[in-house]
Design a protein around this ligand. Structure first.
Ligand code: SAH
Length: 347
């Protein structure tokens, strides 16, 4: 038998594959088929505690009672008029993270967090204002998807890593979560989007994994000066280096990149900015997603008018750039893009 996977009761079972769970039950002196049962109860039935797995004997359940599956507790839940649901989830160490469930006729999308807080401190983003606490473990990411799936009583179809945190500062755990969400929870890789502000060399490294996931780059600016103002990390990782690394990513993975661009009235939303942006992206297999700014209390940016948004779109289209406008859902529950923070904790 291979070396013990789970050495302590502190290591949760969520995130383990069928083979790993099978090995674990065997280490506990049980027959291999118990592994399959455990796998189904964790990923299909969404059981929260081993004590509730009624196909296991009472005695064995008592023996393994100290092991944890790794599920969070819903601390708070708020529903926006557009049916978007924002959850504050309490982790085993007491930290709170945010997760958003975004339903539509055909889809149920979960916006997952990858960190408690975020160290990137982007000027327009609420999460960044609260600072950084720690990376999430893979099981804490998978849990968010299962929690939304159970609460909606409906299969999750899409996942976006656009909640709190910078996924590429937690690549190992994010990739472990993607593996499990894909193979154990059954969500197609193409329905998973990893969104990043861009961390030097990490996009190149991600490309080596040859995943089918979609990469979204939070670009937000058409030149270095503007980007430095909005995204502090651009100072040490300039726009031109980021764009070059993205080009490599497209070449290696043959996957189209999605560029996110927040529209801030009078700041980065003029047709000249659109033309400058198009120049940077020329010859690229990409798509630009425009996100009209959602207000947060700390800064006084404004959302552009519909007319201004339209002029920006037109200017990009004239340059043959594929573009769409993403009107964030969940605004009324403070669950829209950039509004996530864990400060609304009320017990
Ligand atoms: N750190 C990653 C993941 C978070 S994604 C990243 O930056 O990509 C959060 C998304 O919401 C990003 O596209 C971000 O730019 C956008 N966003 C942040 N603050 C916003 C705000 N106030 N209004 C609209 N979109 C915002």
């Amino acid at each position: 038998m291979t070396q013990s996977l789970i050495t302590s009761t502190q290591t949760p079972l969520l995130g383990l594959s069928l083979a790993e769970l099978t090995e674990w039950v065997q280490q506990q002196g049980q027959p291999a088929y118990r592994g399959k049962q455990l796998y189904q109860w964790i990923y299909q039935k969404g059981v929260k505690s081993l004590a509730d797995i009624t196909v296991f004997s009472k005695q064995w359940r008592q023996e393994i009672a100290d092991f944890s599956i790794g599920r969070s507790v819903i601390h708070h839940r708020s529903v926006a008029p557009d049916s978007t649901v924002k959850y504050l989830l309490q982790l085993s160490d007491g930290n709170i993270i945010e997760t958003v469930g975004i339903p539509s006729y055909k889809r149920l999308t979960v916006c997952v967090s990858s960190q408690v807080g975020c160290p990137m401190a982007c000027d327009f983003c609420a999460t960044g204002k609260g600072g950084f606490t720690r990376n999430l473990e893979a099981y804490e990411i998978i849990d968010q998807v299962l929690t939304v799936q159970e609460d909606f009583e409906r299969r999750v179809s899409h996942i976006v890593f656009m909640g709190m945190g910078e996924p590429l500062l937690n690549t190992k755990n994010v990739l472990a979560a993607v593996r499990s969400l894909n193979q154990d929870v059954g969500i197609g890789q193409r329905s998973i989007t990893i969104s990043t502000v861009g961390i030097r060399d990490r996009i190149r490294q991600l490309a080596q994994h040859k995943l089918q996931v979609t990469l979204a780059i939070s670009l937000h600016a058409s030149n270095q000066r503007l980007r430095e103002h909005l995204v502090p990390s651009a100072k040490s990782y300039p726009l031109k280096d980021l764009i070059a690394e993205c080009r490599e990513y497209v070449k290696v993975t043959k996957r189209r990149i999605s560029f996110e661009y927040i529209l801030l009235a009078g700041f980065n939303d003029l047709p000249d900015h659109a033309r400058e942006l198009a120049k940077n992206l020329r010859g690229y297999q990409c798509h630009v997603n425009l996100i009209p700014y959602n207000p947060i209390s700390e800064v006084d940016y404004q959302r552009p008018t519909e007319e201004e948004i339209k002029s920006f779109v037109n200017a990009l289209e004239e340059q043959n750039i594929a573009v769409s406008v993403r009107y964030s859902r969940g605004l009324e529950a403070d669950a829209a893009c950039g509004q996530l923070r864990a400060s609304r904790v009320t017990s």
